[in-house]
Every structure is written in C-alpha cells, then in structure tokens.
Design a protein around this ligand. Structure first.
Ligand code: 5GP
Ligand code: MG
Length: 174
C-alpha cells in the first residue's frame, strides 16, 4: 500500500450501491425525456461510466474538462468545452456530473458556460460534497464527506491514484 494513502472513507461496495441508487432516481426524475449527461473530466470518468450503466433510460453523454488544482492547492478554474456542443445540448435537459463539490466554483462555471448554449434546463449531480454552505447547491449528492483532500475512484493527486477503486484521504506532508 502506498504510504500516502490514508483512511478509506468509502469502500468500492458503498460507492457502487449509492451510484446504483442514484441511477434509479435519475431514471425516475427524467422519465419520458432524453437528457444529456455532461461529465466534467477528468475526475468523474469512473462515476460517469458507472452512473450511465445504472441508468435504464435513454440519454446522451458529453464531456467538458475543468482543471483547477495544482497538487492539493486550488486555483482558478480553466474550462474547456468541445466544439459543436451547442447543437448537441440546445433545447435539451442537461445533467452536469462532477466528482466533488468544494467551494462550488467549478460547478458554477460549468453551469454558466452550458446555460449560454441554450439547453432546456441544467441540473447537477456530484458524488461527493465537502461543504454545505456554498452558493449553488447540487441537485443530487452521493455522499457528504469531511473537509480533507481525497483521492481514488477517479480523483487524483498530481495525476495519481485515479485508479483506486475506493475513496481515501491523502496523507499530507513530505
Ligand atoms: P470547487 O470548485 O467546488 O472548489 O472544487 C471542485 C473541484 O476541485 C473538483 O472538481 C475537483 O477536481 C477538485 N477537488 C476538490 N476537492 C478535492 C479533493 O479532495 N481531492 C481531489 N482529488 N480533487 C478535489
Ligand atoms: Mg474536477
């Protein structure tokens, strides 16, 4: 085991059970409609893959990418939206899916950019939430977690640990 991996906060079984439950809820919430799931790369690639397989209804999948962290330090959010996304989401219900909600800056920026492309609506889902008091609230939240830097299940530290099947606290220090 890597010495930087600390306490396991969520086992892969617990994550899987919650993602399946969210998939069923989303299918009900979007019954009769065909939403576009917009996954925020790269942190949510495992969540998006598991969520769409737990979602029995019709849907489309698109990707945007947002980067803000240098190591464990947050910075300004840089967002990249693919060419042609407007024609694929205009008039459609959009569900933005992200890995983790901390200050809410990333999700707010993604939502603003997508709103400008003329969707029917924009709703949001995050697997993890560290704070409750931020301005824009996600519509669906997988788990509330303590304010620690976490890795695994898609979340990285300097590009590492995305492949851990569970979610763990990163040990800080030298
Ligand atoms: P926010 O913009 O809400 O403050 O931060 C959200 C983004 O910061 C997430 O999309 C994620 O990329 C990154 N982030 C926030 N907290 C953590 C964390 O504990 N671990 C990792 N790996 N990334 C985080
Ligand atoms: Mg992110």
């Amino acid at each position: 085991m890597d010495a930087r991996i600390g306490k396991v906060l969520l086992t892969s079984d617990r994550i899987a059970a919650r993602v399946r439950q969210l998939g069923r809820r989303l299918a009900r919430a979007y019954a009769g409609r065909e939403p576009v799931l917009v996954a925020v790369m790269k942190g949510c690639f495992l969540l998006a893959a598991d969520l769409v397989r737990a979602w029995p209804g019709p849907l489309d999948v698109e990707f945007v990418s947002a980067e803000s962290y240098a190591g464990t330090r947050p910075g300004a959010v840089r967002l990249r939206v693919p060419r042609g996304l407007r024609s694929r989401i205009a008039g459609r219900p959009v569900l933005v899916v992200d890995d983790i909600y901390d200050t809410g800056a990333t999700l707010a920026k993604v939502c603003r950019a997508l709103e400008a492309l003329g969707p029917a609506e924009v709703r949001t889902l995050v697997l993890l939430r560290k704070r409750r008091a931020a301005a824009a609230r996600p519509d669906w939240v997988g788990f509330d977690i303590p304010d620690r830097f976490v890795v695994g299940y898609g979340l990285d530290y300097c590009g590492r640990y995305r492949n851990l099947p569970y979610l763990a606290v990163l040990r800080q220090g030298r």
